[in-house]
Design a protein around this ligand. Structure first.
Ligand SMILES: Nc1ncnc2c1ncn2[C@@H]1O[C@H](COP(=O)(O)OP(=O)(O)O)[C@@H](O)[C@H]1O
Ligand SMILES: [Mg+2]
Length: 219
């Protein structure tokens, strides 16, 4: 077990947030204190006079210690679009994120960082999630939504992570489809393509049960 992880996915909407909360719960069940981070979030609403994002609020709620929203989500953009567009006028500065990440690290045993979109999704005009994971030096957990097309997406993302020369800690299969034919065979094929371990299979559930999800993981 490491003291921080970067959670990326094969795409947006693949189960990164649900997997992130499950991981946070898992580390807590292991007796660790845990906090999460959503460095850049696009798609926010005004709450208590500041822009807040659903993922980041869930991450804030599920931490072992209550932390300021700004620390968990330093860049909160209103528009639900790519951060390099939504962040016009206030682009994400990765060095600022590195400082905030260090502060978070001092608050708990484990920090789980949820990326925005996929591995090469931009965080600003020049840099992507891959650059942030590299700068923070974090092992990556790849979340794969098990659906048609995911074998291709999983292999492409995995190869890109390897190219970044940072450690891949493993991958998580999230069964986002209720009745997908051949789900197990798909998972098995991805398992053959990724050298690092399958850290867990999160079953399909209409309502998130993070305690149950966390019980499906092993790191
Ligand atoms: N285990 C699951 N079972 C069923 N649906 C899921 C599961 N995990 C995620 N989902 C669905 O996928 C959506 C996107 O998940 P989320 O974790 O927010 O993805 P991301 O963070 O990658 O955008 C959720 O709102 C939910 O509807
Ligand atoms: Mg998310």
């Amino acid at each position: 077990m490491e003291n921080a992880y970067f959670v990326t996915g094969t795409d947006t909407n693949v189960g990164k947030t649900w997997a992130t909360i499950a991981l946070m719960q898992y580390f807590q069940n292991c007796g660790k204190t845990v906090v999460g981070m959503k460095p850049v979030a696009a798609g926010c609403m005004m709450l208590d006079g500041q822009l807040k994002n659903e993922d980041a609020l869930l991450i804030q709620e599920n931490g072992s210690v209550w932390l300021d929203y700004d620390l968990i989500n330093p860049y909160a953009y209103e528009q639900p679009t790519s951060p390099h567009i939504a962040g016009f006028g206030n682009p994400a500065d990765l060095s600022v994120l590195a400082v905030k990440f260090d502060l978070l690290k001092s608050q708990a045993d484990v920090v789980v960082v949820e990326g925005a979109g996929g591995w090469y999704s931009p965080l600003n005009e020049q840099q992507a999630n891959s650059d942030l994971a590299q700068l923070l030096g974090l092992p990556v957990i790849l979340v794969v939504a098990i659906r048609l097309g995911c074998i291709n997406h999983a292999r492409l993302t995995y190869e890109a992570i390897l190219r970044s020369e940072i450690k891949c800690a493993g991958w998580i299969a999230v069964c986002t489809e209720a009745d997908l034919h051949g789900e197990e065979a798909i998972i098995s094929m991805i398992k053959d393509c990724i050298t690092e371990p399958l850290l867990g299979v999160i079953p399909n559930r209409t309502i998130a049960d993070f305690n149950f999800f966390s019980e499906q993981l092993a790191l």
